[in-house]
Design a protein around this ligand. Sequence first.
Ligand SMILES: NC(=O)c1ccc[n+]([C@@H]2O[C@H](COP(=O)([O-])OP(=O)(O)OC[C@H]3O[C@@H](n4cnc5c(N)ncnc54)[C@H](OP(=O)(O)O)[C@@H]3O)[C@@H](O)[C@H]2O)c1
Length: 293
Amino acid sequence: MSDVIAVLGLGPMGRSLTSALLRAGRPAVVWNRTPGRAGDLLDRGARWAAGPAEALEAASVALICVRNYAAVASFLPVRTSTVLVNLTSGRPAEARDLAARDLPYLDGAILSPAPAIGTPAATILCSGPPDLFEQAGPVLRDLAPTTVLVGADPGAAAAYETALLDLFAMSVGGLVHAFAMADAEGIAPRSFAPLAKPMAGLLTEQIDRFAEQLTEGRFPAAISSVASMSSTLEHLVDAADGHDLDSGALRALRAIAARAVAAGHGDSGYAALSTVIRDRGGERGDRRPPARS
Ligand SMILES: NC(=O)c1ccc[n+]([C@@H]2O[C@H](COP(=O)([O-])OP(=O)(O)OC[C@H]3O[C@@H](n4cnc5c(N)ncnc54)[C@H](OP(=O)(O)O)[C@@H]3O)[C@@H](O)[C@H]2O)c1
């Protein structure tokens, strides 16, 4: 079996994956839709392939990392014996659609930024057939020491990634919103930053407690209640409107907290809001029950 690894897609992440493969002493063949994006990878020993088929022919494992799943679908072969590891970000349903093709297909999600690839900080989640993971696992561990098969369901890695990106996007949203609010209040970014850090740290502390409460389905308000949060959000929307800030995100959160209070969660802890977001306060009757493990 060839020890060559193919990389299809040379955006910032594809280049970083290839660079880490070369550092680990693995021969690499690369392809990108637009030629000329290989940077110094060819000088460092990577071989350029004229197309995806040529790259796959040379390799035992192929890492695919492009903009989205539609792009992957546009060049995926009809058949190949090369193990395909699709590290492109996308929705679980898209991963399942690609896995339904009769190909040796593993789906994956990279949970680290491009510069972290090949360092101890990198994490990759995979999902799909365990025998394919056995073949691709050693290659992936050269890129990310924490490489985990999260399920045989091909959509599992994308499902974790989607929920984690939800956390990241909403957190960054909170951060930029807070800087805007601070600015409107005449607080300089550098004065705000040191006090923002411990506030953001509170989020980390809450993760295990929320997981516990959501698993048990009980939401004791040990520290603060949904009713209190609801009142805080009224104050924040007023403050944002007073400064003519975009208050759309705060209004959306205020509406969720208000629905939670109306649904009887006023005295519950914040984790109860998750159940209200999920079932839209009982508006939808077509939901499967919440996960319990
Ligand atoms: N960058 C990061 O730190 C990071 C972290 C975690 C996950 N990811 C994920 O990794 C994937 C790649 O990200 P990226 O940062 O490398 O850059 P990107 O800008 O998301 O993707 C650029 C790559 O996609 C290719 N591409 C776009 N449309 C295509 C098409 N229709 N057919 C073939 N190739 C196409 C581009 O080729 P051309 O050069 O020809 O345009 C280029 O190789 C994304 O799904 C991203 O979410 C990235």
